[in-house]
Design a protein around this ligand. Structure first.
Ligand SMILES: *Cc1c(COP(=O)(O)O)cnc(C)c1O
Length: 420
């Protein structure tokens, strides 16, 4: 196959065709609201509240990571506590637990949604109570690649043990379970507007809160916990986490196209399902067909049969990698070795390299947190599902800017890389 001229990236920000984002940003300049509060921040929060429904209140923040941090803080997580968190995720779900001096307890996934396994969750709750004499302080399920978690079962367990839930819906903005937007079931819901998510504010996030009281508390924490005096008076330690009025302007513009974006993600997923359905050795991951699930399909994910041979497989992992996945600007480490004790199979790495050579960005799935060196001492309740998926899975480009003919090109590329 011929290499195409333009690279197809995994997921990129996509502005509206109407220039709505620039209009709101210009307004911020024109009215001199170039600060981390203002009309765009209020307007964006109102848009988000209307979008998620359920009479929720929303606080716009500087990142999704900040939203996880404040959600956990508001659940009372502190030094010496434990938090039950999905292992199969990006590090932003679990790192804030450590910011609070608490310990993450990792819960493996079930096979249907790839998200937190409710059975393991309950087993872990019982075992942590038996081992530590204390209940875990919070539960963090994650909507991986947009897929809703089994929120009915998770909430039933959480309610029975009276443990608050912080939903990490960073990748699942607009995904629904039984018609209800995820992030609105638990005590708090996390959204992210990083450049690669369903909508973007360049960088940013939000926390969905259940009522005025928790909304006010989150607002206090997000703005250095300043009491109402003519001078600075602090009764608690707060953070500088409020969203900038400039970023919120981008967000307001993006909210005019959010439904289009989600519809496009779903269309791309459908096309992948169709075009890859008869390719032996490749399985497209789809939501359970039981009717409750309505994923935004933030990214398309596939798994590769371990027996399938991919061209160039014998050369996989020959070279030490010098950059970080996602093009992280701050990476100055070269990898210490070509291998780690838990990595995608050689055929998956060969597929990634083969697609890369054809100017297509594919990526491994999230490496489970319980397999990350930094969390080697954290308790984990595992069934092998996320580790097995990490070895066979990969993400394919999706999003508003991936055109139908590009999906076709990607699928042809995949087929061309499979050894007959
Ligand atoms: C993106 C993401 C977040 C939040 O990340 P930020 O980049 O800080 O906005 C949290 N959890 C998951 C699973 C994510 O993918």
């Amino acid at each position: 196959m011929d290499k195409r001229a333009d690279r197809i990236y995994l997921c990129l920000a996509h502005m509206s065709d109407t220039g709505a984002e620039q209009k709101y940003v210009q307004e911020a300049f024109d009215t001199n609201w170039v600060v981390p509060l203002g009309p765009n921040v209020n307007g964006f929060e109102k848009d988000l509240e209307d979008f998620v429904g359920q009479s929720k209140r929303v606080v716009a923040l500087s990142s999704g990571t900040a939203a996880v941090h404040l959600g956990l803080l508001a659940c009372g997580v502190g030094p010496g506590d434990e938090v039950l968190v999905q292992s199969f995720t990006f590090c932003a779900s679990s790192h804030p637990i450590t910011y609070l001096g608490a310990t993450p307890v990792f819960i493996d996934s079930e096979k249907d949604t790839w998200n937190m396994d409710p059975e393991l969750l309950e087993e872990a709750i019982k075992d942590r109570i038996a081992k530590t004499g204390k209940k875990p302080k919070a539960i963090v399920p994650v909507a991986l690649y947009g897929m809703p978690y089994k929120i009915d079962r998770i909430m039933e367990i959480a309610n029975r043990y009276e443990i608050p839930v912080v939903e990490d819906a960073a990748e699942g903005f607009g995904s629904k379970f039984n018609g209800q937007v995820i992030g609105t079931f638990g005590n708090y819901g996390v959204l992210s507007f990083n450049g690669n998510k369903i909508i973007t504010t360049s960088g940013g996030g939000a926390l969905i809160t259940a009522d005025d009281e928790s909304w006010r508390e989150i607002m206090m924490y997000a703005t250095q916990y300043r009491e109402s005096y003519p001078y600075y008076q602090h009764e608690k330690i707060g953070f500088n986490y409020r969203m900038s009025n400039i970023c919120a302007g981008i967000g307001r513009g993006q909210m005019t196209v959010v439904e289009d974006h989600i519809a496009h993600h779903k269309k791309v997923q459908k096309l992948y399902e169709e075009l890859l359905s008869d390719v032996k050795g490749i399985t497209v991951h789809s939501q359970p067909a039981t009717g409750e699930y309505d994923s935004n399909y933030w990214l398309c994910t596939i798994t590769l049969d371990p027996d399938m041979k991919v061209k160039g497989q014998e050369n996989a992992y020959r070279q030490v990698v010098t950059g970080a996945v996602g093009g992280a600007a701050g990476v100055i480490h070269a990898a210490k070795s070509t291998h780690t004790d838990c990595e995608p199979n050689a055929n998956v790495e060969a597929m990634r390299m083969g697609l890369d050579a054809l100017n297509i960005e594919g990526r491994p799935l999230w490496k489970p947190m319980h397999k990350q060196p930094v969390y080697k001492d954290a308790p984990a309740y595992v069934n092998g599902v996320s580790e097995a998926l990490f070895k066979v899975g990969m993400c394919l480009p999706a999003g508003p800017y991936v055109k139908e003919e590009e999906v076709r090109y990607i699928c042809e590329a995949i087929k061309s890389l499979i050894e007959e």
